[in-house]
Design a protein around this ligand. Sequence first.
Ligand SMILES: [Zn+2]
Length: 326
Amino acid sequence: MRVFDTHTDIWYDVSLKKEKGNNDVLRTYHLPRLKSSGVCGINAAVWTNPRIQDPMNRFFQMLGARSEQITLMNHEDFVFAHKIDQIDKALEDEKIAVISSIEGLIGIGKNIDFIITLYELGFRIMSLSWNEVNDLATGCGCDDNSRGLADLGKEAIKIMEKLGVVFDVSHLSEKSFWDAMKIVQKPVIATHSNAFSLCPVPRNLKDEQIKAIADCGGLIGISALPQIVDREHPTVEKVVDHIDYVARLVGVEHICLGFDFSDYLVTDPSLKNTIAKNKEATEGLEDVTKVPVLINSLKKRGFSEKDIEKISWLNFLNFLHNGVLN
Ligand SMILES: [Zn+2]
């Protein structure tokens, strides 16, 4: 079964390991693992960690590492897909389609015109904030419930929509989310978020948010990240619970899979508070090689083959086809 992962932090891993002298991590480490699970495409985010000393520097490191890994080194196996026909061609050629995204625009500071430059570089999905408060938006890590989008963030969304960049609402504070939904004209995606009703943490989406995303024709990418699957005992069955819950709420047509596997990131000390404290990965869905376990669990739970196909890759592809991506 084909799988399109709507959120991975592979570039972060690639840039960290490159710093340590491993220059071919995408081909030697990630490629066989992705292939073993039928992954036909990834939405690979350039994530700027706001907690490190110089986020902008990391941002540029990752931009460079991403280009090097694919343009110079791995063009036989991966292909940048900036347009819908490039995705179709990659699937046909059995290469891994790589959609480029930005997770949190803190790296551009107040320079929202740089969104246009990022578009020119091929970035097609962007979010405004990771968990932090930045010049554009308030992320879900902020305790002040009254803080939402900044005016610059609203401008940023308008620029994205004009260009044909998909707006990713994962990681926004609830107020930022609703501020954004008041102004969006196109379908949005939450590339990696689960249901708040099953796991009540600020990273997850409340029922009304899930409904609003579905109402605008958008998608929710269900994630395997343990801290948003379950606070006590995250398991693959609980990931299925999230899928089942969202399916019952808005229909399977609005679900995709944004795993956010972080098994390869635990070595980074700056991520201690976000990842390392969750020593236990989601049981049964610890990394990308376990995706077939999830597919089997969905079957056992009674999801039809057709619905599993929709969830695992078709919905995302259709979403991009339906005019969201130029
Ligand atoms: Zn994330």
